[in-house]
Design a protein around this ligand. Sequence first.
Ligand SMILES: [Zn+2]
Length: 367
Amino acid sequence: MTTGFYWDESCFWHGGGNYAGMLPVGGLVQPMNGGLPESPETKRRLKNLMDVTGLSRELAMQSAPNATLEDLLRVHPASYLDTFKKLSDAGGGELGRRTPFGPGGFEAATLSAGLAKGALMAVLRGELKNAYALSRPPGHHCLPDFPNGFCLLNNIGIAIEAAKSAGLAKRFAVLDWDVHHGNGTEAVFYDRADVLTVSLHQDRNYPMDTGDFADRGRGDGTGYNLNVPLPPGMGHKGYLSAMDRIALPAIRDFAPDVLIIACGYDAAANDPLGRMLATAETFQMMTRQVMELAADICDSKLVMVHEGGYSETYVPFCGHAVLQELSGSQICAPDPFAEVFPLRQPDARFDTFIDSWLDDMVTALNP
Ligand SMILES: [Zn+2]
């Protein structure tokens, strides 16, 4: 069986407001042509790089239908969807925080969710070995009724609810390694015991008021949300250690039917919105870790959904490393920063600090 890759040119055409990076127009900085950091460039260049190396020819490349209204209503209230669709048809606007969209924004978002849904459904039906959805706009920040952080619909939430409704799986684990807290996915499933949500993120990056380790879920969902806030400068070794010591054991204990990765690349060493020093090899090794875990606990059922990552030069190489690992391909895109980023890793003296930072969470989870 092959690895599926879900993408659609239309998702690259989603666009928003006139920004200068994160700063709205009206300040003292000249607006940038690309606007927000969430632009098509990183995603398109990942797809382009896969075409140039030939990796895409080894994958099952495809699009998927837009998520339907029925799909959306399982996660988002009708009032939000109505307002979003009307404003999109009227030329676009802003309904939350840092989520501007233009005409056709609604359709781009439902297609983005449709790619995640298509990937998850195909893997659960046994049609693909595993799959990657190059979703855009991203989804993990979007709450049921509050879009934020470039996210207009909760792609993974919509995909999970569709798969559950179709009777394809009962228990889902979401591991979010985007550098920002997966506050939207957390909110969608906070009261639920059938979906484990785990987020590794830079402490107090975005949002600044969510992502605490103490936030473990509510009611039936108590114990089924796990936030793993990490200090800036975590580095390659620190990330793999946080995965090994905290994230992976929690998922193993939960024993899901399928593992879904909210795959952001903004923990990379030169990302403009993160300060974590991960490298393409870090993402490749984390992919190996989750593949080994999925082989042990859920018949290798693994789906990745693209989230953040804002370095136009580096996201393509990080993503290529993930797709190479996921598909078991021999085709590699050599990391152009392979000699530089390892030199920027934290000094060995930092290891003690990282160990003690993680020890506190390990101890709290295993009293
Ligand atoms: Zn992010």
